[in-house]
Structures are given as C-alpha cells and as structure tokens.
Design a protein around this ligand. Sequence first.
Ligand code: AHN
Ligand code: ZN
Length: 349
Amino acid sequence: MPPGSNFVKQSNHKSMKSLLILLGIVFLTFCGCIGCDRGSVTRNTQSHETTEREKLIDIPVFNADSAYFYTDKQVSFGPRVPNTEAHIACGNWLQQKLEKFSDTVYVQTARVRAYDGTILNIRNLIGSFQPEKKNRILLCAHWDTRPWADHDPDPENHFIPFDGANDGASGVGVLLEIARLLSLTDIRVGVDIVFFDAEDYGKHRLSKDQDQDSWALGSQYWSRNPHRSDYFANYGILLDMVGAYNASFKHEGYSMMYAPNYVRKVWDIAKSQGFDNYFLNTEGGFIIDDHYYINTIRKIPVINIIDQRNDTPHGFFAYWHTLGDNMDAIDPLTLQAVGQTVISVIFQE
Ligand code: AHN
Ligand code: ZN
C-alpha cells in the first residue's frame, strides 16, 4: 500500500439485507403490489431486434426524480471543495449511500498535492456489486466541485466557489440511482461504482501556463493505486455534466481513441431507448477528464459521456464553472436520458 494512503473496506450486513429482501418478496407476492418505494422494480420489457430476437430482457425503469433528489442533496451540503467541512459532510453521506446499496464499499483516502502546492485530503469511494464476478463494468463520476467560478461572467466571482449541480453532482446523482436499482436485482456482470475526488482542482484560468495533469487528481491516484491491486474491468463509463437542459453528448475524442466500440455500443443503446436527441453521432473535442487517466495508466477502456456544445466559447454548457451551475440548471429529462441508457447497457450484459 502506498504511503499517505489508507483503505477501509466495509462489508454490508448482507445476510440481514437478504432476509429483508426475501420478506419483501413474500410481501409483494401476496399483495401483488408494484410502485412502492424501495421494495419494487418497475420493468420495461424490451426486445432487441439487432441481437437475438428470443432474448427478452427486463430493464428497470430509471427514476429521474430519485436522481434529481440525490443531486439536490449533494448541493445542499454546499460546494464540495476538498479540505472544507461541506466536502467532508457530503463524502460521509455518499459513503453511507454506497454502504446501503452495494455489497462491498472501499474508502480510499489520500493526500495529494495540487498545482499550487496545497495538500488536498481526498477520498475516492468505491461501491462494488457482486465483487466475486470476473466480468465487470466500471461506472464513475467525480464528486468534488471546483474551488472557483473562474468562468463566471462577473470577474468578482472568479475566486468564489459554486454549487456544481451539473459539474459534479449530476453524474453522482445518476450513479446513486443506478446503485439503488442494482441493490434490488443481481445481474450477470459485476459492477463497480466509483466516485472520484479532486477532479476539478485544475489550474485557475488566470494561471500563466496550463497543466493538464493538474486535473483529475483523484482518478490519477486511483489509477496508480487501485482499491484492489488486481483490479480490472472489461470497460468503463464516466459521467460528467449529465444534468443540464438540452445536453448534447458527442463522441468525445479520447473515448474514440481508446474505446471506440464502447462509444458505438452505448450510443446505439441510447438510440434504441429513444434518446438519440441527446446522444449525437457527431465528433466532440478531446477532454482531459477522469477517463483519460484510467485509459492511459490503468489501461481499462473507459468512455466519457460529457455534455459538449457548439454555442459556447469553452465548448461546455453555458453555466460551466459559473455560479449559474446550480439546481436551476438541472433538467430531470437529461438525467433520465443518461440514466436509462446506462442501466440498459449494464442489464444487456
Ligand atoms: C479541462 O478543462 C482540461 N478539462 C475539463 C474537465 C472537467 C472540468 N470536467 C468538469 N470540469
Ligand atoms: Zn469542472
């Protein structure tokens, strides 16, 4: 184990959970009830003409209101800037949610050096489902928020933190809803949900020379020191800024460089679910993000579902790194498009 790092592995009260689930099933069988809060799965039966016609699979319905609630809850702690109270409190809440939904939780804490010399106390959180399975899918998002709104239209705000409802919380909100759905059913593959810290501590806009390695510090750390030394996943999906109105998800450059087949697979499934208005078959830019380091250091093919725009100078949504990145910028329909697509991808494995 590398110096300065600390792991805590926690197993759930799994037998208690199984007993409760069994009792729940018995209860539901008796009253024939669907639509209760955690005890039921509403199902979508889909046939996939492109694959075997006889293979009918049940895909759960992604609940966008639940994902919206999880997003809002993170925002309610305040900006999740490393080394702040809000960051610790939100990290504790995220850890609790993963402990509730997943089979095994790994908490990776570390101290990393930011570009300006600040030592950041970071925490990567990993929730594993069916950890014994060899075939695995990695789902990830960053949970920290940027310390400064350095793209705000008002220069007075360039050193002020912001809510990060879209940039940070939305991806985690979608993945928590997926974790909740996975807690209700075992699927054929194992899944690891990873919440990376310190993605957004990249160099301030006013810094002279830019440094790409100043971004994604949590995923760089994890890529060099995975929570299990033998960790591997067949492929991964990163969610970044997946909650804004009128999002457009294009084929991001590094995703196409390292994992083109998975980009096509996910975009095809999005289309089959009716979300080709969000998932566009057009080329996007190359974005240094958590997936870049997992691809290059850990050599796991990971794609990035990230909102890229033509109508803004920076190529992201209009409120990127501004005080306007708050809950007013979040559209449950976008969360739905992404969440339903990702849950469909993993249930088709
Ligand atoms: C760079 O601007 C180099 N990367 C953007 C990654 C990012 C920031 N995603 C969200 N916030
Ligand atoms: Zn950001």
